[in-house]
Write a protein of this length. Structure first.
Length: 151
């Protein structure tokens, strides 16, 4: 890719047509700015967004995804909390996927939370069930996505 093309990509002026087929992405996220960032980054792909556990479970049970992005803290009271709220955070979805091995077997799972401890608990839960999951803090996602799903 030449300099001009890289600059177009950097500033979001590049065409959404990358020559690859559209992929289906699941996003568990409560922050509207991050949801907008994902929508812009995956323009031309199919993006389903859930901001709570019940909707996330419903989507994961009824649709097939190529990639799953999970946040840990889903409510303002979770930010900086000292106690675990495993039923209303992304951990509930990690546990759900871990206990339902038939769901989303081929999906790439990336935990992108700023909550390091919560994110690592989620990854450990998923890996313990034989899932391929990794933790990439949100501020490092752009490079990872650019390399994994180039535009």
């Amino acid at each position: 890719m030449g300099l001009v093309e890289r600059l177009k990509h950097k500033f979001g002026w590049a065409s959404a047509d990358s020559g690859r087929h559209p992929i289906r992405i699941f996003l568990l996220e409560d922050d509207e700015r991050r949801c907008e960032w994902f929508a812009k980054r995956f323009k031309g792909d199919q993006l389903d967004i859930a901001c709570d556990v019940p909707l996330a479970k419903e989507l994961l049970e009824t649709r097939r995804y190529d990639s799953i992005f999970l946040d840990h803290d889903l409510m303002p009271e979770h930010y900086g909390a000292t106690e675990n709220d495993d039923e209303r955070t992304g951990y509930a979805i990690a546990s759900f996927l871990a206990t339902h091995p038939e769901l989303q077997r081929s999906a790439t799972i990336i935990v992108h939370s700023f909550n390091d401890d919560g994110a690592m608990r989620m990854v450990e839960e998923l890996r313990g069930a034989g899932r391929n999951a990794e933790y990439i803090p949100f501020h490092f996602l752009e490079d990872r996505i650019r390399n994994f799903w180039p535009r």
